[in-house]
Structures are given as structure tokens and as C-alpha cells.
Write a protein that binds this ligand. Structure first.
Ligand code: AMP
Ligand code: ZN
Length: 470
């Protein structure tokens, strides 16, 4: 039985999907105005692992994650660069996808973009107005009327009266026409230099919350199994999504609400002003991004996670221990003389299965990847000590495959990548230059492709050929 901690109930609950064998899952994605930072990578890695484990358990997962591509920060950056906001968002969507790939985060089934879903947003806002859940202020802003939705506050378990009485802090300039401090914007009028769309209320753009309600409904239906994101999104974003979706559709929205804890740096909140801000790209200059994934999964997803140089080194060493074990097993596999399992080996494999069971039990218990990874380490230790001189191929292969599979469920590769040394790269580049001089372009292209296959990118510059690892 799989258990999931549901923020809505504040408890771990048995996971029972709406439709047998299928899981519909929506994960709030990043606002694309910059390279993603390592905090943004946490929900990507964590919920990708949830997805992979569910797929491993035989569920067909429909995974939707949006890109927020209309937002003040995107517009500001576009104005600074004197370009269109879509140039900024497209650039950072492409960069984000590169980071996701390097982190082994599978592409979502659908990655919708807010700007492509404006019609659906206008339609849902109109429904909310028609049903008395939203009102249009004099300046054309449309607000959601939180008092019209009795369940408001059920996700964040906040005391709404306290929030209302402290309401001045909720008042944003330009939103003075709200009837209640907790009401929030569904549609706002355009400002000079901003992108805008036609609507029945004014030329303008949507508020942030409405996009997820609309995209979730369009791509997954009115009722979904899991809605997820970082814990900072519980209030107001997810609270507001519930209010909009349930008020518009007249149905419960998501069955399970999952939230990851925050990532801090050296026990401090990550921030540009403190100078402790890292993009995923920064980390990739020092580490294979698998190390970052392994590091993130070494903690429970709901716990706060502290990032530091020492902890990353520890993660690197831990991962190396597993990869080395598999590489030794590969070596022994080639050397092994006998094929068939011996009776003792059969018994040993049954023992090894206990670690696999431990892994599954940990993952079934609200995706406890920390304990699941401990089980992998135990299996590695077992393999290191139980594969001796006369081990059979079947035995070595079975142990290796167990390790590789458990790692794969976590989105981690246990097989060592084919490494290439700097000196080998240099000599291949030289050979390519010689081939070009001799007009043997086929060979030159072949070398370029060979290097590309090993993640080496060549760049022909005026100063000669430069190369870098992808
Ligand atoms: P944003 O682009 O700020 O909307 O964030 C995209 C996702 O990253 C959301 O699910 C956030 O909750 C999550 N997130 C942002 N910062 C952190 C952090 N420091 N630790 C963990 N998750 C974060
Ligand atoms: Zn969202």
C-alpha cells in the first residue's frame, strides 16, 4: 500500500487514484525569467521521482507542469534588454529544459505555457463572475470573492480572521478596490509597456493563480489525483487555485496535495543579496548534475534541506561508491567462469531481495527517498562482500541488475559513463584538423559526432578549435 502525506488533511493517507491504474498529476512549474536555481530544482527532482516510482508500480502517469511565461519579472527583464517578453521566456524555457535533462527529470506529458491558454482563463473567470464568485472593479480588475467560497483556507489551515484583521499587509498598490483583503486578482488592466489581451472587462492580463486552475482542467480534467509544488505555494497560490477550481467546476479539485520543503544554503535562505544564490548551471560547472539529484534525494522531500559544499562532497562520494560497485560487478562479470547459480548463491539472492523490499517499503511510505537510498547502500555493501572469486555470472548479473534498477527508479544512472580524457579529446581534435586539411570531410564529421556522443562540444573559432564538456 502506498501512502502519501496530504497537506489538505495534514495526514499520511493511502493513495487511491480516481481512476484505477492511472495517476493525473499537476506540478507548478517555474517562472521563466532566468536560469533556474537549485531551489527550483528540488520540486522538479522530487516529483519526477514520485512519478518514476508510480510508473515503476505500474501506474500510467499523466504529468503536467507549466511554464509561467507572463509575469512582472519577465516583463522587467524584457524592458531592460529592449526586447519582447516572449524572447525572454522562450530563451529560459529552452535553458530550463536543458537543466532538466541533465538532472534526469523526464519531460512532462504536457508542458503548457500560460500565454497559450488565455482563452481558457477568460472562460473560467467569466464562469466565476456568472456564479457570483468574482466581481469586476471600476478599473476593470476582476477579483475572486473569497467570502463566497466556504472552503477558503482549508489547505493552509490558516486562521482567516487573523489574516483579514492583519489585512493591510495583503493590500497591494493598485488593488484598493478589493472588497476583502483576502480577495485576489483574476484579471488586471494593462499598464504601459506590458503585453495585454482583449477580454470582456478590459485589455489586460491574467493574475498568476488562474493559469494553473485552467491548465490543470484542460490537460487533466476537473478532478485530479495529485497537485504539487514547493511549500511556499500552499498559501496563497494553492489555496487560491482550490477556490477558483472548486467554485467554477462545482467539484473537488485535487485529491492529494503534496509539497516539498525548502532548500537553504549553509542554513540560510538562498538569496541574491546574501550572495548565496546558485543556479543549476553554476553547480554543473563543478559537478555532474546526477550528484545534485542524489544529494536532493538523500533527504525526505518534506524536510528542509541544507545545501553546503561539504554535503555535496559527501553526496559525490556516496554516489561514487555505488557506481564503483557496479563497475566492479561489470568487471567480475566478464571474468566469471561459471554461468549457473549455486545453491548458496540462490540463498544469498533471497537475502539481497530484502534490501529491495526495504527500498519499496521506504518509497511506499510517502516517498522516503532517504531510507530508500540507505537500502541501496546496504545492497551495495552486500554485493561488495558476497561476490567472491568463484561467483557465477547469473549471481553477479542479478545483483548488478537490482542495483541498477533501484537507482533507475530514483532517476540515477549506476553505470559509469564512458569517460574520455582531455588528452584523448585533444588528439581527436588534432586528427579532425588533419582530416579537414586533407579534405577528408567524412572523417572530420565522424570525429565531431564521436566526441558529441561523449558529451564534448566543439566550437570552431578564429583562434582555433575550442571544446567543452556538455
Ligand atoms: P517559482 O519560479 O518561484 O514560481 O518556483 C518554482 C518552484 O520552485 C515552486 O514549486 C517553488 O515552490 C519552488 N521553489 C522555489 N524556491 C525554492 C527553494 N529554495 N527550495 C525548494 N523549492 C523552491
Ligand atoms: Zn501553480
Amino acid at each position: 500500500m502506498m501512502k502519501v502525506y496530504n497537506t489538505l488533511s495534514g495526514k499520511k493517507e493511502e493513495f487511491v487514484p480516481i481512476e484505477e491504474g492511472k495517476v493525473s498529476m499537476y506540478v507548478c512549474g517555474p517562472t521563466v525569467y532566468n536560469l533556474i536555481h537549485i531551489g527550483n530544482a528540488r520540486p522538479m527532482i522530487v516529483f519526477d521521482t514520485v512519478r518514476r516510482y508510480m510508473e515503476h508500480r505500474g501506474y500510467d502517469v499523466n504529468y503536467v507542469s507549466n511554464f509561467t511565461d507572463v509575469d512582472d519579472k519577465i516583463i522587467k527583464k524584457a524592458n531592460e534588454e529592449g526586447t519582447d517578453p516572449s524572447v525572454i521566456s522562450e530563451r529560459y524555457i529552452a535553458e530550463c529544459k536543458k537543466d532538466m535533462e541533465a538532472l534526469h527529470v523526464k519531460p512532462a506529458t504536457t508542458h503548457p505555457k500560460a500565454t497559450c491558454e488565455i482563452d481558457g482563463m477568460i472562460e473560467m473567470i467569466q464562469t466565476l463572475i456568472d456564479k457570483g464568485h468574482a466581481y469586476v472593479a471600476e478599473d476593470g480588475t476582476v477579483y475572486f470573492k473569497t467570502r463566497s467560497f466556504p472552503g477558503y483556507g482549508k489547505l493552509s489551515h490558516k486562521n482567516l480572521d487573523d489574516l483579514r484583521s492583519g489585512g493591510r499587509s495583503l493590500l497591494v498598490s493598485g488593488e484598493e478596490q478589493k472588497q476583502d483583503p483576502l480577495d485576489f486578482v483574476l484579471w488586471k488592466p494593462k499598464k504601459e509597456g506590458e503585453p495585454f489581451w482583449e477580454s470582456p472587462w478590459c485589455e489586460g492580463r491574467p493574475g498568476w493563480h488562474i493559469e494553473c486552475s485552467v491548465m490543470s482542467k484542460k490537460y487533466l480534467g476537473e478532478e485530479i489525483d495529485i497537485h504539487a509544488g514547493g511549500e511556499d505555494l500552499i498559501f496563497p497560490h494553492h489555496e487560491n487555485e482550490i477556490a477558483q477550481s472548486e467554485a467554477a467546476n462545482g467539484k473537488p479539485f485535487a485529491k492529494y496535495w503534496m509539497h516539498n520543503g525548502f532548500l537553504n544554503i549553509d542554513n540560510k535562505k538562498m538569496s541574491k543579496s546574501l550572495g548565496n544564490f546558485f543556479t543549476v548551471r553554476d553547480i554543473s560547472e563543478k559537478y555532474d548534475l546526477q550528484v545534485l539529484r542524489f544529494f536532493m534525494l538523500s533527504a525526505h522531500y518534506r524536510s528542509p534541506l541544507n545545501f553546503s559544499a561539504e554535503l555535496m562532497e559527501a553526496a559525490k562520494n556516496g554516489l561514487e561508491r555505488i557506481v564503483t560497485c557496479v563497475s566492479n560487478l561489470n568487471f567480475l562479470l566478464e571474468k566469471a567462469q561459471t554461468q549457473e547459480l549455486s545453491a548458496d548463491e540462490e540463498k544469498a539472492l533471497a537475502q539481497a531481495k530484502e534490501f529491495v523490499t526495504k527500498f519499496d517499503e521506504a518509497m511506499d511510505d510517502d516517498f522516503n527517498t532517504a531510507d530508500a537510498i540507505s537500502a541501496i547502500f546496504e545492497l551495495v555493501k552486500f554485493a561488495n562482500t558476497s561476490v567472491g572469486e568463484g561467483a557465477s555470472q547469473a549471481f553477479i548479473r542479478a545483483l548488478k541488475e537490482e542495483i541498477v534498477e533501484l537507482m533507475d527508479i530514483c532517476g540515477l544512472t549506476a553505470e559509469r559513463r564512458q569517460e574520455i580524457l582531455d588528452s584523448e579529446i585533444e588528439s581527436l581534435i588534432q586528427e579532425r584538423q588533419d582530416a579537414r586539411k586533407a579534405k577528408n570531410f567524412a572523417r572530420a564529421d565522424e570525429i565531431r559526432d564521436l566526441l558529441a556522443g561523449k558529451g564534448i562540444i566543439l566550437e570552431d573559432t578564429r583562434e582555433g578549435v575550442k571544446w567543452k564538456r556538455a
